[in-house]
Ligand binder design. Structure first.
Ligand code: ADP
Length: 319
């Protein structure tokens, strides 16, 4: 290969810029050329790309978001749309593509590889919901953000003897909620991996009140229930004022923490190593602190993310 493309796709995450920088600098140091694609698969289809040199990624390692932009582009599921994208890359002499995104973006990378265009996927999402890696780029930064928010809620809910419900991102993965709950000292945790009933939750909160807890913070992952309804139910059952807070897109922003920058840099450089060895259709991960790569199709279809049941047990013991 002589020239590679790089894009960011799907939900943005802190550290994506550091990953782009890692890809660009590693590629240049191996004598490859790099082309940046704007707005994910949409820009690939619309042929919006520009060559990147080492200064294109200067002052990027600490910046949140993605300077290449990201987009949702459902049309990329159609083969004729992907054929145009491949044609656009071939015209520019691009031989391989690095895709930074979540598992939706991996699907696009998988399809391109199946059509004969080699792609490498890097896990960029705050949700930590990608198989084949212990951690995704952006997760540790979002975790700090959520813990800071919980700390603030704790101050105010303890002053008012109030119950707070805090909704955390993660799509269908409870990792961010669980880790933030432990770090934020929340014993009431509702996760997508564990079946829950609001009656049971209220039972736990009431037991806490009975033993003298002045306030309670419930950490819950998004998409499980309407948390305003849940707040009304808890208030009616416990007679304690209950407020719901959706943290929302705050969780996606901010300068990446050091670990995300290191992860992004290592993964970016590793993707170039793999391409130079002739690999395509692989996704990069970190497992037990080592860089690893798996077949994208295998990761999407067969690998399951292990649930940290022991973490939840620990959190409950600290009740
Ligand atoms: P994430 O990558 O964060 O999981 P999405 O699920 O929105 O985000 O996926 C990002 C983009 O990846 C989509 O907007 C689409 O362009 C592309 N994509 C998702 N699924 C497929 C698929 N089955 N085939 C081709 N492209 C896909």
């Amino acid at each position: 290969i002589k020239k590679i493309g790089v894009l960011t796709s799907g939900g943005d995450a802190p550290g994506m810029n550091a990953a782009i920088r890692g890809v660009v600098r590693a590629a240049l140091s191996e004598g490859l050329e790099v082309c940046g694609v704007y707005d994910g698969y949409l820009g690939l289809y619309e042929d919006r790309m520009a060559n990147l040199d080492r200064y294109s990624v200067s002052d990027m390692i600490n910046r949140g978001g993605t300077f290449l932009g990201s987009a949702r582009f459902p049309e990329f599921r159609e083969e004729h749309v992907r054929a145009v994208a491949i044609e656009n890359m071939k015209k520019r002499g691009i031989d391989a593509l690095v895709v930074i995104g979540g598992d939706g973006s991996y699907m696009g990378a998988k399809r391109l590889t199946e059509m004969g265009f080699p792609c490498i996927g890097l896990p960029g999402t705050i949700d930590n919901d990608v198989a084949g890696t212990d951690y995704t780029i952006g997760y540790f930064t979002a975790l700090e953000t959520v813990v800071e928010a919980i700390d603030r809620l704790r101050d105010t809910s303890s002053s008012h003897q109030r119950i707070s419900i805090v909704e955390v991102m993660g799509r269908y993965c409870g990792d961010l909620t669980l880790a933030a709950a432990i770090a934020g000292g929340c014993e009431f945790i509702v996760l997508p991996e564990i079946p829950y009933t609001r009656e049971e939750l209220v039972g736990e909160i009431k037991a806490g009140i009975a033993k003298g807890k002045k306030h309670a913070i419930v950490a819950i992952t998004e998409h499980i229930c309407d948390i305003d309804d849940l707040a009304k139910y808890i208030e009616a059952e416990t007679k304690r004022e209950t407020r719901a807070t959706v943290l929302g897109h705050i969780q996606r922003g901010g300068a990446p923490v050091a670990y995300d920058r290191i992860l992004a840099s290592r993964m970016g450089a590793y993707s170039i190593e793999l391409l130079l060895k002739g690999y395509g259709g692989r996704c990069v991960g970190i497992q037990n602190e080592k860089m690893v790569h798996h077949d994208i199709i295998d990761a999407i279809e067969n690998m399951k993310r292990p649930f940290k049941g022991d973490w939840l047990d620990t959190a409950k013991k600290l009740y």
